[in-house]
Every structure is written in structure tokens, then in C-alpha cells.
Design a protein around this ligand. Structure first.
Ligand SMILES: Cc1cc2nc3c(=O)[nH]c(=O)nc-3n(C[C@H](O)[C@H](O)[C@H](O)COP(=O)(O)O)c2cc1C
Length: 247
């Protein structure tokens, strides 16, 4: 067994070399690697022991093709493995009913905690997969196919697809992508507002992310007025309501 220092160095290396992979060799993972990856997901912390998530492993090629087309991302089809993470209150409903109890209101609070639970499980899996030498990519684009996923994958009431995770043998070697400076992400004790120079540093540190070397383009596309998330939100709440979430 290695020392904690050696283990820490190995784990740190996994994080340092993380980069999302969007081109894969289309080959399934060997069972013993899948075992390690799924076990890493199962061991993730879970709020109040509730296990508010389920992951669907999409192994049917035709189904994968349809989902990838609907999402509009080819790596969803090409990756050796693709998991869809679901906010899952249905299993708890069944567990309660089995013992004669009734599930309470499923509202925004439970949705938030389900998303946290699912993300922790998925990140555990991604880290394990990358430690084994695979590439991974989270797929928020699952939201664009939420209706199809609910229908075709037979999602019951009180469940909702949150995001996907591709895992596979990389067929590209992108560089490591930038992050914000640490002092903008970690504040001490009190929330600290940002000076102009902090904001300039933020754009500077993220400039390499965009081909035109301006991170503002990304922020505008997603979160400025009229951006992607404004329009996505309407559809998301509509579908959540049809799935029995009181949001
Ligand atoms: C919740 C979430 C959703 C994401 N959705 C997508 C997606 O739909 N398609 C994609 O190619 N990458 C997606 N990504 C990957 C991010 O674009 C990527 O993590 C980010 O650009 C930073 O790059 P890096 O992971 O290579 O460091 C997603 C990441 C997260 C955490």
C-alpha cells in the first residue's frame, strides 16, 4: 500500500490532467473497469442517506443514436459508455409505500438536493474513470432531449433527467482548459465583492477558453439576457411539473 503522500500525489495528478473529451474510440469498457467506476458512484455521499439519484446506462446502440441526435452531440454516441443521471424521488415513494407510508411534497428543495446527490455520484465516477486513463465529459445537453428521454426510457413520475456523462477511450488530446484564479472562487469568512481588477483578471485567465480569446462570448451565449438558460428554464419547469414535481 502506498503512503498517503503518494496516494495524494496520484489523486492530484488525476485532477491536474482533467480535460473534457469530446472524441472517442467507439469501444465499450471492460467489465472490471465498469465495476470500479460504478462502485465509485455508489460510494458517493448522499443527503440523509436518501440516494436521490439513479443513473441509466445506455447500452442499446439505436437508443444511443437517437439520444445523441436529439441532444445534438456526436460524442454521446461515440463514447464507450454513456450514463444519464436522473433526479429520483420515485424509488423513495415506492420504499415508503412498501412500508405503508406516503411520499410528501416533492418540490424545489428536493430537486436541489437530488441534483447535488447525482452530481457527487457522477463526479466520483468521472474521477475514477480518468484515474483509469479514460476520458469523460458531462452532458448538460441532456436537457435538450429531456422529453424524449422521459418517454423512451420509461421515466416514472417524480423522476427527471438532469445530465449525462460520457466515458471512453480518448481519440483526441486537448490541452487542459483554464479556470478562474483561486482567490475568486474561495473567499475567506465573508463574501468578498469584486474589484475591477479582479474582474479583468477573471476575463484574462479565462480568455484561452474561447477561440476568439474572449470569455464574454461564452457568458453571453449562456447567461446574459436572452441567453440559453432563460429559454431552457421555461421548458424545464414545464416538464418537471408533468413529472409530478411541485416547482
Ligand atoms: C453540468 C455540466 C454540463 C456540461 N454539459 C456539456 C455538454 O452538454 N457538452 C459538452 O461537450 N460539454 C459539457 N460540459 C463540459 C464543460 O463544457 C467543461 O467541463 C468546461 O468547458 C471546462 O472544460 P474542461 O472540463 O475540459 O476543463 C458540461 C460540464 C458540466 C459540469
Amino acid at each position: 500500500m502506498e503512503s498517503p503522500r503518494e496516494i495524494g500525489a496520484a489523486v492530484s495528478k488525476v485532477f491536474e490532467s482533467h480535460r473534457s473529451i469530446r472524441k472517442y474510440v467507439k469501444e465499450p469498457l471492460p467489465e472490471h473497469h465498469l465495476d470500479l467506476i460504478m462502485e465509485a458512484g455508489r460510494r458517493a455521499p448522499t443527503d440523509a442517506t436518501l440516494h436521490l439519484w439513479t443513473a441509466l446506462r445506455i447500452v442499446d446502440d439505436k437508443l444511443r443514436r437517437r439520444i445523441a441526435d436529439e441532444i445534438g452531440q456526436e460524442h454521446v454516441y461515440e463514447a464507450g459508455e454513456f450514463f444519464i443521471f436522473i433526479a429520483d424521488l420515485y424509488r423513495l415513494k415506492r420504499l415508503l409505500e412498501y412500508r405503508g407510508e406516503k411520499l410528501g411534497r416533492v418540490d424545489r428543495a428536493l430537486l436541489v438536493f437530488a441534483a447535488i446527490d447525482a452530481a457527487l455520484a457522477a463526479e466520483n465516477m468521472a474521477v475514477m474513470a480518468e484515474a483509469l486513463g479514460y476520458g469523460t465529459c458531462f452532458i448538460g445537453g441532456v436537457q435538450n432531449a429531456a422529453e424524449l428521454i422521459i418517454r423512451e426510457l420509461g421515466l416514472p413520475e417524480k423522476t427527471y433527467p438532469l445530465f449525462g456523462l460520457t466515458i471512453g477511450i480518448p481519440a483526441e488530446e486537448p490541452g487542459v482548459r483554464p479556470r478562474l484564479p483561486r482567490d475568486l472562487l474561495f473567499h475567506e469568512n465573508m463574501y468578498r465583492d469584486y474589484s475591477d481588477s479582479d474582474l479583468a483578471r477573471a476575463y484574462e485567465s479565462m480568455s484561452a477558453y474561447s477561440r476568439r480569446r474572449d470569455w464574454l462570448r461564452i457568458l453571453k451565449r449562456y447567461v446574459a439576457e436572452g441567453g440559453y438558460f432563460e429559454s431552457r428554464s421555461v421548458e424545464m419547469w414545464r416538464l418537471l411539473k408533468t413529472q409530478g414535481f411541485e416547482v
